[in-house]
Design a protein. Structure first.
Length: 95
């Protein structure tokens, strides 16, 4: 009989930090508004975005650590959205 070991909040935070780093890199590398939008959908898309898949992992975090992990999740989403908006403004000013 195998038992599933729940994620710790620190494990979850590390997962989110990797996602954030990837999103920032992808947004920075986007050379056009269309490429930036593709990167946004890839990371923040409601159905198949990478953030959504990491969000689903919150269910595997230990119960006692879910509030902290949820805080990490919200902070990561805010930072990813801020990075997108900043890059979007840069593309707008380049026009």
């Amino acid at each position: 009989m195998s038992s599933v070991v729940p994620l710790t909040a620190d494990d979850y935070r590390r997962e989110l930090e990797g996602l954030l780093a990837g999103a920032i890199q992808a947004f920075g590398a986007a050379s056009s508004a269309d490429a930036l939008e593709e990167a946004r959908v890839h990371y923040l898309g409601a159905k198949n975005g990478l953030f959504k898949s990491v969000q689903k992992q919150l269910g595997s975090v230990a119960v006692a650590e879910k509030p902290l992990a949820g805080k990490y999740l919200n902070e990561a989403k805010d930072r990813i959205q801020e990075a997108f908006e900043q890059r979007s403004e840069e593309h707008t000013s380049e026009l």
